[in-house]
Write a protein that binds this ligand. Structure first.
Ligand SMILES: *[C@@H]1O[C@H](CO)[C@@H](O)[C@H](O)[C@H]1NC(C)=O
Ligand SMILES: *[C@@H]1O[C@H](CO)[C@@H](O)[C@H](O)[C@H]1NC(C)=O
Ligand SMILES: *[C@@H]1O[C@H](CO)[C@@H](O)[C@H](O)[C@H]1NC(C)=O
Ligand SMILES: *[C@@H]1O[C@H](CO)[C@@H](O)[C@H](O)[C@H]1NC(C)=O
Ligand SMILES: *[C@@H]1O[C@H](CO)[C@@H](O)[C@H](O)[C@H]1NC(C)=O
Ligand SMILES: *[C@@H]1O[C@H](CO)[C@@H](O)[C@H](O)[C@H]1NC(C)=O
Ligand SMILES: *[C@@H]1O[C@H](CO)[C@@H](O)[C@H](O)[C@H]1NC(C)=O
Ligand SMILES: *[C@@H]1O[C@H](CO)[C@@H](O)[C@H](O)[C@H]1NC(C)=O
Length: 911
């Protein structure tokens, strides 16, 4: 145990706030005031009581305080790290709602008699916003849609609002509220389950599109941040893309219509190519949500398009127009920021760049999951340096932020002496100074940038917490053993025994800690073979040959899908959102209820459900298909005025190459009623439907109850706001953990699917159940919502794991575990190289390599395979070397270098 740790234990909080002025500085003088402190001070001066009097500038944080905001057109190209999960979810959800409302408003724009009453009613908007929030706890705090002046043809005031008239403003917005003071919450604990929905277009001073309104400059029209969808001043069509869609009916259960029932277009949010300028979603600066959630939040904003003016004789004026924006919010404190220093021209440079306190011999890497907190980073040694003997793995930012000035020096690395020549494919490069310098300036810098991008400590948060846990236990153990005698004696002892300690497994650790895993127990050659076979098998199945295989062959073991719930969390949440919405709506809407001048809503209809399926597929590049699958006789069709046997609106991205034009293919979608799928593949026989039905049809115990507190306008013009007549509303819906994840399977449709719109690829389906009330007013299973995601974005984790983790690829990383440990790397690829082998405590990376300090998974795997095939390889050289303190070595002598190189070359040639 190092001195640093001993002292750190006694330290408390990271921050102290002095006095009422709110000057935030670190606890020690060496920690100079930085931008993090400046923002803390600013946030500290605003609260729910004084925010109404503050200027709008003091309610906002600097524009560049959120980095790496997702951009629609680069999302398909980049690796998505866990630290952006919540921003991507917000981005996709804003887009999802924008697609849905654009679709439905234009789908039902023709006839005042048949279409107009079928448009979403009031509770559709309210429950939709509420479901966005309740299905994304931790990823989203608020959601809503704000209509521009006189663009909402509300159909829920049939007596006082003519069909061709509009509401002045309409802005249903849901946000999560603390409910610990609710009379019904007798535990007095916040439940995360209470959602308030306001109509922002009502109440005094409600015109959010007017320049004086605080929301206007922050969310509705923030031109510097490119948010200027309403009022719509754009005249060019480039920013409003036209999407094609086809819908196929089922003629009866088990039979599909050959010709599409509908072939139409609608205008939707832009879908820019990589070089086009308009994004569909923009993020606001962090701002204080005064008078509503009273938190610092960031919003994502996307446009809704309608073909205006509807129902008017003046057809000349009609054009696609931005009529509303969808808004999703996230608590600023939950957004990870990158505290590391970035060069001035780096796109990753933000307001907080450089607040990390890594020392000069170390390099900084951000850690996910810390939000707006200090210490969300690690400092690992620069290439050519190694950790001091007491240090196990990289220095944690958390520790550095609590260190006194004297202790701070302990976070330095020690130069590695006697570095060996750099490894190349052929073994060792000949030593040539001139050549090395030239390479460094070109290739190696490029390689450095690439590798840094690929291999920074993406998946390490969990690892670090394990290490911290170990440290704590270790400390306690020591304390118990030595009864409080930390002295120089124990330090010296530790020094002497370090070699032994670093590779043995402390008895109390078991398999818990990756750094301390025991010898040889962690690489399983058979597993490696099985894993490579599995991967090559998946590659061997193609759409052409899949029909010849048995159903068993087209399915991978369930353990091969390990980690899908984290890799595909955002995609799964879109199915969960739909399940929440359908549950909330079905459990609360009674079309016969009239509240004074207005209806709450009508039955759900086919067009709305197809629209929801389309929105899920359109808003997320990773989703291949999405659908809603009703149980037998569970869907009441308002057009036919009866229950229909099966109904399964399912949307697909157009998979066929019919449209040669890449851009047009991107903008084309197709949907069908899955009730028409051939009976041998009927949706109600699929595992994701059957198993959820078995679980939930007879027993709904375990569902979460959500409380929705809706506030509605007092009159048409929205002069006031009051609680809805039925207040609060409750709905019961599944949690994320209740979703069903299928095994990875090959969805083979080549010969069975005349319109070749199906997936034909390795996929995973994730499904969530939804519920309504039966005629006896008991909760009833109505069906499932599902999305299907391509397997090739799943990250394989080959590193050792706990015995209870059902991971097919566990222990298949051929790291040299006596000297190194395995760290998973996120690459969004279903391949066997998503790891790296880093040196264990007491070991050092021996090669003279300017860019990396670990062995990359790709190299390790391929060299291991070569070794297995008895080909030339340098697998044996991919080991860390026992760290020799510089003082223990004799002065620089060429004999030793020659010896080391000699041994390694001998190793190489022997294989
Ligand atoms: C509420 O959500 C937060 C963030 O996800 C979580 O930490 C907390 O435990 C939740 N509370 C309850 C009662 O579930
Ligand atoms: C609405 O329709 C009525 C009758 O159909 C017509 O008299 C009126 O001018 C229309 N109003 C608008 C704003 O188009
Ligand atoms: C809101 O303000 C804008 C800009 O001042 C104005 O054009 C619009 O008519 C107002 N809307 C309402 C409903 O008053
Ligand atoms: C498809 O189904 C809808 C709803 O039942 C119906 O209105 C429509 O006419 C059908 N289309 C065809 C081509 O059968
Ligand atoms: C309905 O919207 C579509 C495009 O989305 C448009 O082509 C059509 O003209 C609109 N119909 C009316 C009556 O506005
Ligand atoms: C998110 O994590 C990745 C991988 O560790 C890192 O490259 C990136 O800079 C991080 N981003 C932020 C904002 O922390
Ligand atoms: C709403 O406002 C308009 C214009 O300001 C006015 O003509 C109308 O009478 C108002 N309606 C109600 C119900 O107050
Ligand atoms: C590699 O060589 C070893 C020892 O010579 C032998 O036992 C093994 O069968 C060989 N493996 C292959 C794949 O040739």
């Amino acid at each position: 145990m190092g001195l640093a740790r001993v002292a750190i234990v006694t330290l408390g909080a990271i921050f102290v706030l002095f006095g009422t002025g709110g000057i935030a500085i670190g606890p020690y003088r060496w920690m100079t005031r930085d931008n993090f402190d400046a923002v803390m001070e600013k946030m500290d001066t605003v609260n729910e009581f004084n925010c109404k009097e503050m200027s709008s500038e003091s309610l906002r944080l600097p524009a560049n305080s959120v980095g790496q905001r997702p951009k629609f057109n680069v999302l398909p190209q980049i690796v998505i790290f866990p630290n952006r999960t919540n921003l991507i979810h917000m981005h996709n959800m804003a887009l999802n709602r924008a697609y849905f409302y654009s679709y439905i408003l234009q789908r039902l724009n023709e006839s005042q008699v048949t279409d107009f009453p079928m448009l979403p009613g009031m509770l559709y908007y309210y429950m939709g916003a509420s479901a966005d929030v309740s299905s994304g706890v931790g990823l989203m705090n608020g959601s809503g849609v704000l209509f521009d002046t006189h663009t909402q043809y509300a159909n829920w005031y049939p007596t006082i609002l003519l069909f061709n008239n509009t509401l002045p403003l309409f802005g249903p917005k849901a946000f999560l509220v603390d409910d610990f003071q609710d009379p019904v919450n007798w535990l007095r604990e916040p439940t995360n389950n209470t959602i308030r929905v306001d109509d922002l277009g009502s109440g005094p001073g409600h015109n959010y599109t007017a320049s004086w309104h605080p929301l206007n400059s922050m969310v509705v029209r923030d031109v510097p941040n490119q948010i200027d969808f309403i009022p719509d001043l754009r005249t060019d069509y480039r920013a409003k893309h036209q999407y094609d869609y086809l819908i196929y009916n089922a003629t009866r259960v088990g039979e599909m219509e050959r010709m599409p029932n509908i072939k139409r277009q609608f205008f939707g949010p832009p879908s820019p190519g990589i070089s086009e300028p308009y994004q569909p979603v923009y993020f606001t600066r962090p701002y204080f949500d005064c008078g509503r959630s009273n938190k610092w939040i960031v919003s994502a904003v996307a446009p809704v398009i309608d073909f205006m003016v509807r129902y008017s004789i003046e057809t000349k004026l009609r054009r696609p127009q931005y009529v509303a924006i969808t808004v999703t919010d996230l608590d600023f404190l939950r957004i990870d920021f990158d505290p590391c220093d970035r060069s001035v021209d780096s796109p990753d440079r933000t307001y907080f760049s450089g607040v990390a306190r890594c020392r000069s011999t170390t390099l900084c890497e951000p850690l996910p999951g810390h939000g707006y907190q200090r210490g969300g980073y690690v400092c690992h040694c620069r290439p050519g340096y190694r950790y001091p003997y007491w240090q196990n793995g990289p220095f944690l930012g958390r520790d550095i932020e609590q260190a006194s000035e004297a202790e701070a020096d302990q976070f330095e690395c020690i130069p590695v002496e006697w570095k060996l020549q750099r490894l190349t494919e052929r073994g060792i490069t000949p030593n040539s100074k001139r050549r090395r310098r030239r390479k460094r300036s070109l290739d190696e810098t490029k390689e450095l940038v690439h590798l840094m991008h690929l291999y920074n400590a993406s998946a390490m948060a969990e690892l670090r917490s394990k290490v911290a846990e170990h440290d704590r236990r270790d400390r306690e153990l020591k304390r118990a053993q030595k009864a409080g005698s930390y002295g120089l004696g124990s330090l010296v002892k530790g020094l002497l025994s370090r070699a032994a300690r670093s590779i043995s497994t402390p008895a109390d650790m078991g398999g818990q800690n990756v750094h301390y895993l025991g010898r040889l127990a962690t690489f399983d050659a058979d597993r490696f073979k099985a894993a490579t076979q599995l991967i090559s098998f998946t590659a061997s199945v193609t759409p052409e040959n899949c029909a010849a295989k048995t159903p068993q062959q087209l399915e991978l073991p369930g353990e091969a899908g390990y980690g899908a719930d984290t890799s595909f969390q955002v995609q799964a949440r879109s199915a969960l959102r739909l399940a929440h919405f359908l549950s909330a709506f079905s459990q609360n809407v009674n079309p016969d209820e009239v509240y004074g001048p207005f209806y709450s809503d009508k039955h759900l209809n086919r067009d709305q459900l197809f629209g929801e399926a389309f929105a899920n597929v359109m808003s997320d590049g990773w989703i291949r298909s999405a659908g809603i699958y009703y149980d037998r006789e569970a869907f009441w069709d308002p057009l036919l005025k009866r229950r229909i046997e099966y109904f399964g609106p399912t949307a697909f991205k157009l998979a066929s190459d019919d449209t040669g034009d890449q851009k047009q293919r991107q903008l084309s979608f197709v949907a069908e009623d899955a009730a028409g799928w051939p009976l041998e593949r009927a949706y109600f026989e699929r595992d994701w439907f059957r198993i959820l039905k078995q679980r939930w049809a007879s027993n709904t115990y375990g569902l979460e109850t959500f409380v929705n507190k809706p506030y509605v306008r007092t009159d048409l013009n929205g002069t006031g706001s009051k609680p809805f007549q039925r207040y609060p509303l409750y709905y019961r819906a599944p949690r994320f953990a209740d979703m069903y994840w299928s095994k990875p399977y090959f969805d083979c449709n080549r010969n069975r699917d005349p319109n070749s719109r199906h997936v034909n690829d390795w996929v995973i389906t994730v499904a969530a159940p939804f519920f309504g009330y039966s005629e006896q007013r008991s909760l009833q299973f109505l069906g499932v919502t599902a999305v299907t995601v391509r397997l090739d974005k799943l990250d394989i984790n080959q590193c050792p794991g706990n015995f209870y983790e059902a991971n097919y690829f566990k222990n298949s990383a051929p790291c040299h575990f006596e000297s190194s440990y395995c760290v998973p790397v996120i690459q969004n690829k279903f391949q066997l190289e998503n790891y790296k082998c880093e040196c264990r405590q007491g070991f050092e990376y021996p090669y003279n390599d300017i860019s990396i300090w670990f062995f990359a998974g790709g190299t390790v795997s391929s060299q291991y395979e070569r070794a297995q095939r008895n080909e030339t390889n340098y697998y044996r050289m991919l080991k860390c070397r026992e760290g020799a303190g510089s003082s223990l070595l004799p002065s620089r002598g060429s004999i030793l270098v020659a010896m080391l190189v000699g041994v390694l070359v001998a190793n190489l040639s022997r294989d």
